[in-house]
Design a protein around this ligand. Structure first.
Ligand code: UDP
Ligand code: MG
Length: 320
């Protein structure tokens, strides 16, 4: 038997997009006749007809497998579910909206099957069609992230990538609840080849990311892959204490030499406010880490399966 590629597709309200997706991916599969394929479609609690569309495809073709979540758990959870249940020698993660061009797949497979690379990832070199402000902040995020974290994160990297078995197994070893895939991919290590392409706009439907959800997502990424904010606040504390020591000594000396009358009420208040503010910021940073730790130690499942056509769901996750 030939090698098998599992195609993991997270789908959240993609009923308008899926037909075009299948049409496109079929053409690509036809170009790779020596391989077996499996689709692992993850319906991430869609509120439109996504699940019905998926089921219709699954009825027509037994290589189409699906897992439908009990509610929306987010793309990261969908990716995890897909990886966990994929049975192929190679696994591809691909968006449903054709922003991850299926036509790249043969080339990606060629690189990874040669054995030289464990994973072939893609990055878009343009951000055409994206709001300016979003591109700007996205770039800043990658700059900050790469400075704060030892994990390598590539600007413009997509989640679109093909991985071999050992890469997938390594990802699955990381069973953390707060999943930030872009960081996890880098953390795994191994050898990754990067392919580049120009940004493609989504064919139908709309993006699930608002500006603020992206801001939240980037904070999550930083918290998940760096403890630098904690160090930075500690360093701030040390600097502030040093400065106040110096000014304390200066004030005592001045008092002894000149017999200073009480004055500078306004400056005292400003200093108190400044220190109070810094304390709150620091507490907020610590709070972020604490909250993530709290969620992590609860050991909640990353997703709950509502419905699937997989013969044996893996037991750990309630299904049916
Ligand atoms: N997605 C998902 N769960 C979510 C949000 C998105 O499974 O809560 C899927 C979505 O269906 C798509 C992919 O993740 O296949 C990327 O989403 P989107 O196109 O909205 O993101 P963008 O391409 O704008 O980054
Ligand atoms: Mg998209």
């Amino acid at each position: 038997m030939g090698e098998k590629i599992s195609i993991v597709v997270p789908c959240y309200n993609e009923e308008n997009v899926l037909p075009a997706f299948f049409q496109e991916i079929r053409k690509v599969i036809a170009r790779m006749p020596d391989l077996d394929f499996e689709f692992m479609l993850i319906d991430d609690g869609s509120s439109d007809g996504t699940l019905d569309v998926i089921k219709a495809y699954a009825r027509q073709n037994e290589i189409v497998k699906y897992i439908s979540f009990s509610r929306n758990f987010g793309k990261e959870a969908a990716i995890y579910a897909g990886l966990r249940n994929a049975s192929g020698n190679y696994v591809v993660i691909m968006d449903a909206d054709l922003q991850d061009p299926p036509a790249l797949l043969p080339e990606m497979y060629r690189h990874v099957s040669g054995g030289e690379y464990d994973s072939v990832a893609t990055r878009r070199v343009t951000r055409q069609g994206e709001p300016r402000m979003r591109s700007f902040f996205a770039r800043q995020f990658y700059k900050i992230m790469n400075r704060l974290s030892s994990v390598d994160m590539v600007d413009g990297a997509r989640d679109y990538r093909i991985m071999n078995r050992r890469f997938v197994n390594a990802l699955l070893e990381m069973g953390e609840y707060n999943r930030f895939s872009k960081g996890l991919f880098g953390w795994v290590g191994y050898r990754t080849k990067w392919l580049e392409y120009k940004n493609i706009e989504r064919i139908a439907g709309e993006t699930k990311w608002s500006f603020w959800s992206l801001v939240r997502y980037s904070i999550e990424g930083i918290i998940a892959f760096s403890t630098a904010p904690l160090v930075i606040s500690a360093v701030f504390g040390v600097i502030m204490s040093g400065l106040s020591m110096v000014s304390l000594i200066a004030i005592v000396v001045r008092k002894m030499m000149f017999g200073d009358p009480v004055m500078g009420w306004a400056s005292i208040i400003s200093v108190i406010l400044l220190i109070g503010g810094l304390l709150l910021v620091t507490l907020g940073i610590i709070g972020q880490y604490l909250a993530k730790t709290y969620l992590e130690v609860k050991h909640r499942p990353i997703y709950i399966c509502g419905e699937t056509n997989l013969p044996d769901s893996d037991g750990a996750i309630p299904c049916k």
